[in-house]
Ligand binder design. Structure first.
Ligand code: FAD
Length: 295
């Protein structure tokens, strides 16, 4: 399912670089390659673009890179700086504070502050730029196997309907996330630093009774702190809160229950639950970043 027909789409089976994964990494790399005239195809296992707010705070260095590939103006329009934090206790506002203080000694950059944009919007902006340059993203296409020789890489691609095709190309890049099929196919291990932190849930929600000018936090909620961050360009908040053990993606009822038990808001104040996920933060680094023709 190509995102759009384009000049490169017609020749998508004769590519120089196959990028596996249409997350922010794969899309940003594709923009950089296509603008340099490298024939690139992005394949994405999911049937449609990512819809969650997940990574919503762009760091200064990330913004510099995004500026270089021509998307920072659109991202500035789509986002806002980090709002002040608002602590709540016993149903009352209990202090406003800054999550990040400006450091006058910090190196000079055009982008000194973190910039909030929901991840789905960042990906949409990157994809729009890629398509405008003539690039292609093929959704519903999973890399299922890869082999390489000194001359080329052979990738087996499986569509959502189960059909398969094989593609040969000079280079392949794995931008397929933490559980990368590419990394595992090459036998490259992850070096883990420290243990995993507590499990947590994240969700995009509509909530009545809160202003959108603060990142709200209830630090004393039974079971852990709950935070609601306003999502720029939407009437939603991103909820994050720890949970006791690993859970699958929580259902809307579970999200309402967490808000009702950990904040002063009632379950009925939650008027919509758009997207939910669960995660366990950990720090890990791949042992190597290249194996012959695969990055
Ligand atoms: C709760 C939370 C908050 C976060 N907050 C921030 C933040 O504030 N700022 C920040 O910078 N980062 C943040 N992050 C991290 C950020 O979301 C990730 O760093 C980012 O998504 C990584 O992008 P990526 O493109 O490398 O991988 P991903 O976003 O994981 O994308 C990988 C893509 O590859 C696809 N894929 C996987 N396997 C295959 C296959 N075999 N074939 C084809 N496609 C495949 C997947 O479907 C996916 O679309 C946060 C993460 C979480 C969980």
């Amino acid at each position: 399912m190509p995102a759009h027909p384009s000049p490169q789409a017609e020749s998508k089976d004769a590519v120089d670089v196959l990028i596996v994964g249409a997350g922010p990494t794969g899309l940003a790399l594709a923009v950089d390659l296509v603008r340099r005239g490298v024939c690139t195809l992005v394949v994405e296992a999911a049937d449609r673009p990512f819809s969650g707010s997940r990574g919503l705070s762009l760091q200064p260095r990330t913004q510099e890179v995004l500026d270089d590939i021509g998307v920072m103006d659109a991202l500035r329009e789509a986002g806002r700086p980090l709002p002040p934090m608002q602590t709540w206790r016993n149903g009352r506002r209990d202090g406003e504070w800054r999550l990040v203080e400006r450091d006058p000694q910090a190196p000079v950059t055009r982008y000194p502050v973190q910039w909030l944009v929901p991840q789905w919007r960042t990906q949409q902006i990157l994809q729009d730029r890629l398509l405008a340059l003539g690039g292609v993203v093929e959704y519903g296409t999973r890399l299922t196997a890869l082999h390489q020789t000194d001359q080329l890489v052979q990738a087996e691609l499986t569509q959502t309907d189960g059909s398969r095709r094989t593609l040969n190309m000079p280079y392949l890049v794995g931008a397929d996330g933490g559980r990368s099929t590419v990394r595992e196919a090459l036998g490259i291990k992850m070096k883990t630093e420290g243990g995993a932190l507590h499990a947590a849930v994240v969700a995009d929600v509509r909530v009545d009774g809160l202003d959108h000018d603060h990142w709200h936090t209830w630090p004393d909620g039974p079971g852990g702190e709950l935070l609601l961050c306003p999502l720029p360009g939407t009437d939603q908040f991103q909820l994050t809160t720890p949970v006791g053990g690993e859970e699958g993606d929580p259902c809307p009822q579970r999200i309402r229950e967490l808000i009702a038990t950990r904040t002063h808001l009632s379950a009925t104040a939650v008027t919509d639950v758009q997207w939910t996920s669960s995660y366990k933060p950990r720090t890990a680094l791949a042992e190597r970043f290249r194996d012959k023709r695969v990055f």
